[in-house]
Design a protein around this ligand. Structure first.
Ligand code: A3P
Length: 271
């Protein structure tokens, strides 16, 4: 903790706000908050709190505005932010490229059908007045026609979005996190991420404690400290969805899932 250092002492440690070295660009409801909080436990990582939304919503404010949102870091630390809206926003790859063509990009993906249900549960919890049913949001006319104009659907077409990113960044600059594994085996996912980021391996399965009541892993920053869980907005109860609606969505996403798996060379085991 550097809060008590004076400016000379900060200078000696090269303590300053730096533009991010890595960005968690998506996907919404994939487990992006969990991932950022887990990475924050690493001594060589400094992370923002709230989502900056710089490249999608505040770009006109300029890079210095953005830099100012970053926590102070020393020269041994990586600065990381997460804004899942980046993944699906047209102008963002070009804008990030203009900041740094070397920035590392992290995407947490999850079965797009579960992702859509999770997104729907979030929307319903935020605006209880919206009585729109799941089917009314996902489909046109009847459940055989998926409404592709819906953001809830668009977000899950992962291959389409990644294609736009690959116009600017090579695949090696991306790391794809399996969002389901992040829940069931966070230690293994965290080791892979630390390797990708070139960090010494400091976070392993020893840092996690699976909280049975919540059904999610919680992180111990120090092995002798109490585990810290995310708040109740993460890990909401999902509404019951008619199996036919689920099948229709699965059929819709299947070709996009296949393509995405091929593009990134990873199998996700989604139905
Ligand atoms: P649900 O609320 O649908 O379960 P994001 O942070 O990108 O919005 O993602 C939210 C999702 O993160 C949650 O969706 C939950 O499934 C997932 N998640 C992954 N690891 C988690 C953890 N350790 N604690 C709570 N939620 C976690």
């Amino acid at each position: 903790d550097y809060t008590n250092l004076n400016s000379d002492e900060k200078k000696n440690k090269y303590l300053t706000k730096r533009l991010p070295h890595a960005i968690i660009i998506g996907v919404k409801k994939g487990g992006t908050r969990a991932l950022l909080e887990f990475l924050r436990a690493h001594p060589n990582v400094r992370a923002t709190g709230p989502e900056p939304h710089f490249f999608d919503k505040n770009y006109e404010k300029g890079l210095e505005w953005y830099r100012n949102l970053m926590p102070e870091s020393d020269s041994s630390q990586l600065t990381i932010e997460k804004t899942p809206g980046y993944f699906i926003t047209k102008d963002v790859p070009n804008r990030i490229y203009n900041m740094s063509s070397a920035v590392k990009l992290i995407i947490v993906v999850r079965d797009p059908v579960t992702r859509a249900i999770s997104d729907f549960a979030q929307i319903a919890s935020k605006s209880p007045k919206v009585h729109s049913s799941f089917e009314a949001m996902m489909f046109k006319d009847n459940i055989t026609t998926v409404d592709t104009s819906r953001t809830l659907i668009k977000i899950g077409m992962y291959s389409k979005h990644l294609e736009r990113w690959l116009d600017y960044f090579p695949l090696e600059q991306f790391h794809i996190v399996n969002g389901e594994n992040l829940v069931t085996d966070p230690g293994t996912e965290l080791i892979k991420i630390q390797e990708f980021l070139g960090l010494p391996i400091k976070i392993t399965d020893k840092n996690f404690h699976f909280n049975q009541t919540r059904g999610f892993p919680c992180i111990r920053k120090k092995l002798n400290k109490r585990p810290h869980c995310l708040d109740e907005t993460k890990g909401r109860k999902h509404p019951y969805i008619n199996p036919e609606s689920i099948q229709s969505l699965q059929a819709f996403f299947k070709p996009y899932n296949r393509k995405f798996s091929k593009m990134v060379g990873q199998d996700f085991g989604w139905s």
